[in-house]
Design a protein around this ligand. Sequence first.
Ligand code: ATP
Length: 235
Amino acid sequence: MLAIDNLTVAYGEIVALHGVSLKVEAGETVALIGANGAGKTTLLQTISGLNPVRGGDIRFAGASIAGASCDRRVRMGIAHAPEGRRIFPGLTVEENLIIGTAPWRRAGASYADELAFVVDLFPRLKERRKQLGWSLSGGEQQMLAIGRALMAKPKLLLLDEPSLGLAPRLAEEVYERVSRIRTSGLTILVVEQNTVLALAVADRGYVLETGRVVLEGSAADLRTSPRVREAYLGR
Ligand code: ATP
């Protein structure tokens, strides 16, 4: 579904990604792990079209999207729950969710099925649907960010550090829902510093260090890899 080939991305003189290649097959959940500053967010933002491609290519469903607008990529089926949630604080929970339907919805079209899927997954969003975005807890905001991305009817869901800033129990709760989204058949690329959680939900993973892929393999192999255990699992 997604094929990234020899991708280079830079901020002016600072090269953040040096020839990164990775693949995500339809139906897979793939984790991208790595320390702070490794380039994980840059990679997701480049897939979404927020950063220009300096070299290499990004192919989605067989076609190059390296020059496509963000808007077109969302309409093709790429939805992004960004780092820091970025929910609209002055809009209600329900309005934040409805905004997610903008890429595909014509005036008057129903979004009842998408909303039903999201509130079944995150019942708390239904309870809080009239509350303003700013009043939600960190965990609820994360659920809203994921829910809003799901409202776009994506084929590929990009998740940037869904556990960031959450207490361990809440982070586990968010990942339990990611696991349910995976079971529903959606293709997921998740970026995480919490290696334990990400590798528990993923089929495969890549390790990014200073803008380069240094290791890749099945989630099971990465969990037992000495390099991953030493650098990211603290053992
Ligand atoms: P984090 O977990 O902190 O988000 P990350 O792995 O997602 O880390 P990136 O945020 O992608 O890493 O950053 C990769 C590199 O690019 C870092 O060296 C960072 O300082 C640099 N960088 C990121 N954004 C910018 C920017 N807007 N301008 C200049 N340099 C940037």
